[in-house]
Design a protein around this ligand. Structure first.
Ligand SMILES: [Fe+2]
Ligand SMILES: [Fe+2]
Length: 235
């Protein structure tokens, strides 16, 4: 049986994924530089460097799916997004914010999201990309929580719960903006075979991730994530 014809939605999505994965490689490379500047544990630095390579592979696999779907435009890569901004605060605080946003939140919800996308993906190129991405995302998620645990061994440890609780409202609001849509996005059953899912399913997975992952994982580190989660929707 041949693969269902790819729609424009499929091409737009996989073209975006090429750029997003490429951006993840650049951001992680930058993040690892920060870890090196902080003198973080060598294990964390190694794990971070492995993630950079994974993300480059993900970008290449996404490009293969895009080509397979009939796409022939270059990816829309914005150089301005290929790094992490420094604020006028101690480097530790920028590393903490990036740890939370990129790895503890985004990579943690990425595991069930990619698992869901993979479950419907039967087109071989899409399946191959999602197999690899899902396998790696588990490690990327764990990297975030390992970074947070490393912070608990530094002089920041005592203040860590309060610092995290202060960051979470903004970070949850941002996640909600990215994944909170109740729309179906026009995604069809054929699109699912190419590894797409309607935005409203992303929203359900985000809600489940809060209960199953964010809340207990933060609680294990002395952080109460519930107030920030409840406040995530603008009144
Ligand atoms: Fe990735
Ligand atoms: Fe990742």
């Amino acid at each position: 049986m041949s693969a269902p014809e790819a729609s424009d939605r499929v091409r737009v999505e996989w073209r975006n994924r090429i750029a997003a994965e490429y951006g993840s490689a650049a951001i992680t490379q930058h993040f690892v530089l920060w870890l090196i500047q902080l003198g973080a544990s060598p294990d964390l630095i190694d794990d971070g460097l492995a993630i950079v390579k994974d993300e480059l592979v993900h970008s290449g696999l996404s490009a293969e799916v895009y080509t397979d779907a009939g796409g022939d435009e270059p990816p829309a890569i914005d150089r301005a997004g290929l790094g992490l901004p420094r604020r006028d605060v101690a480097l530790e605080l920028d590393v903490l914010r990036a740890t939370l946003q990129i790895y503890c939140l985004n990579e943690t919800v990425a595991v069930p999201l990619f698992s869901h996308l993979r479950a419907g993906a039967t087109v071989p190129s899409a399946r191959k990309a999602l197999d690899r991405i899902l396998r790696d995302e588990v490690r990327h998620r764990d990297f975030g929580w390992d970074c947070l645990d490393w912070f608990l061994t530094t002089p920041l440890a005592e203040r860590l719960p309060a610092l995290v609780e202060a960051e979470l409202p903004r970070l949850f609001a941002h996640l909600h903006e990215s994944y909170g849509s109740r729309d179906d996005g026009g995604v069809t059953d054929d699109d699912r075979t190419w590894g797409l899912a309607p935005p409203r399913e992303y929203a359900d997975i985000l809600d489940e991730t809060f209960t199953r992952d964010y809340l207990p994982r933060f609680a294990a580190r002395g952080v109460d994530a519930a107030p920030a989660w409840q406040a995530r929707r603008p009144a």
